[in-house]
Structures are given as structure tokens and as C-alpha cells.
Design a protein around this ligand. Structure first.
Ligand code: HAM
Length: 426
């Protein structure tokens, strides 16, 4: 590894080789799978007004308090998006998408930015693919959204993904506010035994005490009331029907009352996908319902649900199970010697590309032997070989690289057919 020169900023990275190939495939699979479920792609800006994130994610969350990249160019205060649900809802409202009637289903992919301490599976610039379904409170939709994520992991070749499910209720006084009160009452007698972070969260964000990873706090929290036991009748019914729906779609889940998520906009259903290859940062994706967010950002009350899957964590899991490492092998490599043969080869390669075949040639004037080596390195399935003599006779050699090097000389105008005879066998 080079030790001098300008290096990538801590918590950011480059994607190439196996990871580059996997990254490409994740985005291609996302476009394919999500569109099957009726989601259309949306691209929103990577920066937004800071206020958008404070109002949606919540001013008392780790993300907004400590992790945002915020700038003040001129009189604006803008933030690099730490997630994309807020941006998608902002766009939904700005473009009055509700006027199209019914449910709006959108998917996205792109970089997000959080100023967290970098470690395995945790970066400062990371990437997510996600879906947002805006305009329905049907628990069958919750079940569908949860199952889309599971399908996606299967699609990219990651098995053994765990699904944690919980409901954190709604804002009605008899639901989450009452649960918060019950929690504070249960925690208060032991508050001084909790870690500093939990003590700070007691007044401002008491739910997060339940998911503290400190073993002492976890021991103290073992007997705390559970959110799903304190739901209002509507949320309790919604949770039951969501669970039934997930089971009906073949999903296996565990109910986890410590799952409260780190963003304030959630209501009712919350869920996370986990994978053992990740270690401490074992959430490879997560999401939930956010029935109050559209209204919070100035729209009419509109229920919604979505998820985001972390691409870097998916790459770690894919590496661990050896999924989808291969790239896109080259179909044809052109080997040529001499000026006029090289020019003729450039024309042939262009014709192959127009015919939908991936093709490349030597642009460094190398010897025949080095060009053949390059063809092997590129894992070309077939080679075209052209010298000045063959060109003068209107002939070209077509070498089958898949089948131990069988080679035939054909009329130069027939070379596309000869190539096609070799390629369909893969
Ligand atoms: P989140 O749980 O904050 O949810 O992030 C979703 C996923 O992004 C995580 O499960 C993880 O895989 C990945 N991720 C988060 N932070 C990092 C990081 N620093 N480095 C690497 N990967 C990371 C959201 O972002 C919500 N917007 C999801 C959602 C969509 N809820 C409803 N709709």
C-alpha cells in the first residue's frame, strides 16, 4: 500500500475489484426487484436544509446531535444527508405526489454521510438502497415491505439473514407517551447505576435506554416493561396483523422489545435485518413505519413505511459467503499486429460492440504474445487474431478460449458469425 500522497478521508473508501462488481450487482438487482413490487426510482440531492433532518430524524437523536456534516455557505444551513427517508418525504410533498392518488412507492440508492467513529461496517460515507411506500396504513403493506428486504438478500446470495421485529406504538397519549412514563418510573430507582449515555437519555429519549449495548445497563433493563405490552388497541391489532402477514409471506422473525431504532420518526412497526458476518454492527438493514412524518413536514396526515439496506454491510456478508464476486467477463479480445491490421481490428471491435458483444483490443502496440496474455488476464471467451498477411487475404483467425484453444480461419466478413458460434455456449 502506498504510504505517501493524498489518501481517502478516514471513514470513506474506494470500490473496485470484487467489491466494485458486487456494488454494481446490488444496484442492478435493486432496480430489478423493487420495480417488480411497483417501486419507481427517485434521486434526491445529497444535501438538504439541515432543518429537514432535525424535524424528521429528531433533534435529540445521535445522528442530529453529533453525526451530521453541516455547512453554512452564505446564509443557508445545509447538511449532507445522513439518510434518505426525510429527503424522499420532502420530495413527495414538494411535488404533490399525493395528487397521483393512492399509494406512492419509491426506491433509491446512493451515498449517506454520518460522522460516526469508523470501524468494521461503519463508515462516514456509506451507501444505502431503500424503499418508501407512502399513503397506506395496511399491515399487509408492512408485511410486504419486510419481505421485500428478505427477498433482496436472497437475490444477492446472502442466506441466514435474521429478522427482528417490534412495535413502538403511536403518539396517542395512551400509547407511546404512556409507555415512556412507565419506562421512566421503572428506571428511576436505578438511574444512577446506568451508564452516562443512558442517564443523559432519561429525559430526552428514554426509549433508547432499552437498546443500550452496555452489559450493566442491559442487566438493569432486563425487567423493564416492553413496548408491545403497552400498545393502544389500534397499534396492538396492527402489530398482530403485521406478524400474521409476515408469516403468511414465509418470513421467520423474532420479536425483540429492545429494538427501538435510532430515528424519532418511527411509529408502530420497526424491524432490522441482521447477519452474523457483521459482528458488533450486525444490522445490515432496517426500517419501519413513520405515520407522522408527512404531517410533521407540512403535509396531510399520511401513513408510510420503508427500509434502507446498508451496502457496505451487505458487501461484508457477501464476501463472507462468497456471493457474486465475479465481474463481467470480456467476450472478445482483438489481437492484431501492424498498422493496417490494428486499424481494421478497431473497426471489427466497434461492429461487435454494436452487435451487443463486449469486446476490447490492445491499445499499447504490444507483441502478439503480450496481447494473448492480456486476453487471458481479461478472461476473454474468444480472440480475434489479425496480422497484415491475413488482412491482405481478407481472412481472420477466431480462437475459442473456452474450449482449450480451438482456432479456425474465416473470411473477415464472417467473423461475427464465427464469434457467435462460440459465445452461446456459456
Ligand atoms: P438506519 O438503521 O439508520 O435507517 O440505516 C439503515 C442501514 O444503513 C443500517 O442497517 C446499516 O446497514 C446502514 N448504515 C447506517 N449507518 C451506517 C454507517 N455509518 N456505515 C455503514 N452502514 C451504515 C435509516 O437510515 C432509515 N432511513 C431507514 C428507513 C427507511 N426507515 C424507513 N424508511
Amino acid at each position: 500500500m502506498a504510504t505517501t500522497g493524498i489518501r481517502a478521508i478516514e471513514g470513506t473508501r474506494d470500490y473496485f475489484g470484487n467489491d466494485g462488481n458486487r456494488f454494481d450487482k446490488i444496484e442492478t438487482f435493486a432496480a430489478d426487484l423493487f420495480s417488480r413490487y411497483g417501486y419507481a426510482r427517485i434521486r434526491t440531492p445529497v444535501f438538504e436544509r439541515s432543518e429537514l433532518f432535525a424535524r424528521s430524524i429528531g433533534a435529540a437523536t445521535d445522528i442530529v446531535e453529533k453525526e451530521m456534516y453541516t455547512f453554512t455557505p452564505g446564509s443557508d444551513t445545509i447538511t449532507l444527508r445522513p439518510e434518505n427517508t426525510a429527503g424522499v418525504v420532502r420530495a413527495y410533498l414538494q411535488h404533490s405526489m399525493e395528487k397521483q392518488g393512492g399509494l406512492t412507492k419509491l426506491w433509491y440508492a446512493g451515498p449517506m454521510f454520518r460522522r460516526e467513529r469508523p470501524q468494521k461496517g461503519r463508515q462516514r460515507q456509506f451507501h444505502q438502497i431503500g424503499i418508501e411506500a407512502i399513503g397506506s396504513s395496511d399491515p399487509l403493506l408492512d408485511a410486504e415491505v419486510v419481505s421485500v428486504g428478505m427477498r433482496f438478500y436472497e437475490f444477492v446470495g446472502i442466506g441466514n439473514v435474521g429478522l427482528r421485529l417490534n412495535s413502538i406504538g403511536c403518539q396517542k397519549p395512551e400509547c407511546r407517551p404512556l409507555f415512556r412514563q412507565l419506562l421512566r418510573d421503572a428506571i428511576r430507582p436505578n438511574l444512577d447505576k446506568y451508564c452516562k449515555t443512558c442517564q443523559n437519555r432519561f429525559e430526552r429519549n428514554v426509549l433508547r435506554i432499552i437498546d443500550c449495548k452496555n452489559p450493566e445497563c442491559q442487566k438493569l433493563s432486563a425487567t423493564l416493561p416492553k413496548s408491545y405490552d403497552s400498545l393502544c388497541p389500534e397499534c396492538a391489532d396492527h402489530f398482530e396483523r403485521t406478524k400474521e402477514g409476515v408469516s403468511a409471506l414465509g418470513g421467520e422473525y423474532t420479536i425483540d422489545h429492545t429494538l427501538v431504532r435510532g430515528l424519532d420518526y418511527y411509529t408502530k412497526t420497526v424491524f432490522e435485518y441482521t447477519h452474523d458476518a457483521l459482528g458488533a454492527q450486525n444490522a445490515i438493514g432496517g426500517g419501519g413505519r413513520y405515520d407522522g412524518l408527512v404531517e410533521e413536514l407540512g403535509g396531510k396526515p399520511t401513513p408510510a413505511i420503508g427500509f434502507a439496506l446498508g451496502i457496505e454491510r451487505m458487501l461484508i456478508a457477501m464476501e463472507a459467503v462468497g456471493a457474486c464476486a465475479c465481474g463481467y467477463p470480456l467476450q472478445v479480445y482483438g489481437v492484431s499486429l501492424g498498422d493496417s491490421a490494428r486499424r481494421a481490428m478497431a473497426g471489427l471491435i466497434a461492429r461487435l460492440r454494436e452487435a451487443g458483444i463486449s469486446a476490447d483490443m490492445d491499445y499499447e502496440g504490444r507483441s502478439m504474445k503480450s496481447q494473448m496474455r492480456a486476453a487471458n488476464r481479461r478472461e476473454a471467451m474468444c480472440c480475434l487474431i489479425l496480422g497484415e498477411n491475413e488482412l491482405a487475404e481478407g481472412k481472420i483467425s477466431v480462437k475459442d478460449m473456452l474450449d482449450d484453444g480451438g482456432q479456425e480461419v474465416v473470411d473477415i466478413f464472417d467473423c461475427l458469425d464465427a464469434v457467435r458460434k462460440i459465445l452461446p455456449r456459456i
